[in-house]
Design a protein around this ligand. Structure first.
Ligand code: AHG
Ligand code: MN
Ligand code: MN
Length: 329
């Protein structure tokens, strides 16, 4: 069986009227930037990506060289295409409107250029996450306000994983699809058709070093998992925590599971960013038949208040996410 490349996949989506030529170009451009980042990641300590950049981002986190490099690669790839009104990332203080010497397009791009920064220097999978919104009609300026739309309005989202293989997962609202980078032809090839997350699971992902700070519903859920066959769940659970959301979510898409980064007494709003991490992942997971909430409300229904806002995240196998949500009720 011949597997279609990303380009053919997108052309077919365009013919079906699901995306237009501008959105197709945007996704292709992001995929190309991800290939460039993948090459840098592969070079490891030889590629200039290791180590601290010595600068802080707007959220007070120390930037790694690869955070800065990946951000630059995505910026340069996306400024001239004529399909964006503005873009913004986790590593930028403010949104950047399309430079006036290029045509202004109808889309808004948001991204986490390098997810899993703590894993760069130790050769563990990292990735890139992106989200695409439409710029509201009639907006004269592409400022912070135009981006503050609920995740439900995303027209596309995706993420790359730079692991043993480089993968790209995308949705344009008609299911979630996975592509593998063929290193001989340097093209993304469709390898996972219409991903479906199993409804049930016996595997959870959470950073248990924060346990003493969790709220009671999360503590209860994990305690019940840990109690195994002798506890109320009547079965043993396994645990995984990569500390790169891209890798943890890809595992959930592949074999099911629940992924949680709850709010706690230290991270009162949660740890993950709504616009660059939670919204795109929630869209991808819902499109794969899973669920994503902040413990109470579907992530995609939250009205963002600010660009760099953080949020609690519970996502993955539908029945487990519903259980955690019911413990919060
Ligand atoms: P980033 O590298 O973009 O800042 O994101 C890291 C995130 C996410 O990928 C991961 O799930 C989580 O932070 C890990 O946090 P801990 O180190 O607290 O486990
Ligand atoms: Mn991240
Ligand atoms: Mn990041």
């Amino acid at each position: 069986m011949r597997r279609p490349a990303l380009t053919q996949f997108l052309i077919e989506r365009q013919r079906a009227g699901r995306i237009n030529a501008d959105l197709r170009l945007l996704i292709e451009t992001i995929a190309r930037a991800c290939k460039a980042i993948s090459t840098r990641v592969n070079k490891g300590p030889l590629g200039g990506g290791y180590g601290s950049a010595g600068t802080e981002n707007v959220q007070g986190e120390m930037q790694k060289n690869l955070d800065v490099l990946s951000n630059e690669i995505l910026l340069e790839a996306n400024e001239w295409g004529g399909n964006l009104a503005a873009l913004v990332s986790e590593e930028m203080d403010d949104p950047r409107p399309t430079p006036t010497n290029y045509p202004r397009g109808e889309y808004l791009l948001l991204f986490d250029p390098l997810d899993g920064s703590s894993n760069i220097d130790v050769n563990i999978s990292v990735g890139t996450i992106f989200s695409v919104l439409r710029c509201p009609k009639g907006a004269s300026q592409a400022d912070e306000k135009v981006f503050l739309q609920p995740g439900r309005r995303q027209v596309a989202a995706g993420f790359a994983v730079y692991g043993p293989t480089t993968l790209l997962v995308i949705t344009v609202g008609d299911g979630t699809y996975g592509f593998t980078l063929d290193r001989e032809t340097f093209t993304f090839v469709l390898t996972q058709e219409k991903i479906l997350i199993p409804e049930d699971t016996a595997e959870f992902a959470i950073n248990t070093s924060n346990m003493r700070r969790w709220e009671p519903p999360v503590k209860r859920y994990i305690d019940e998992c840990l109690a195994g066959t002798e506890g109320p769940r009547g079965k043993d659970f396994n645990m995984r925590w990569v500390a790169s959301m891209v890798a943890d979510v890809y595992r959930v898409l592949s074999r099911g599971g629940i992924f949680m980064y709850p709010r706690d007494s230290k991270n009162k709003e949660g740890r993950l960013r709504l616009m660059y991490e939670a919204n795109p992942m929630a869209f991808i997971v819902e499109q794969a038949g899973g669920a994503a909430t902040d413990g109470r409300t579907p992530i995609l229904d939250l009205q963002p208040q600010k660009l760099h806002q953080r949020v609690a995240v519970v996502l993955g196998s539908r029945n487990e996410v519903e259980r955690v949500t019911s413990y919060h009720a």
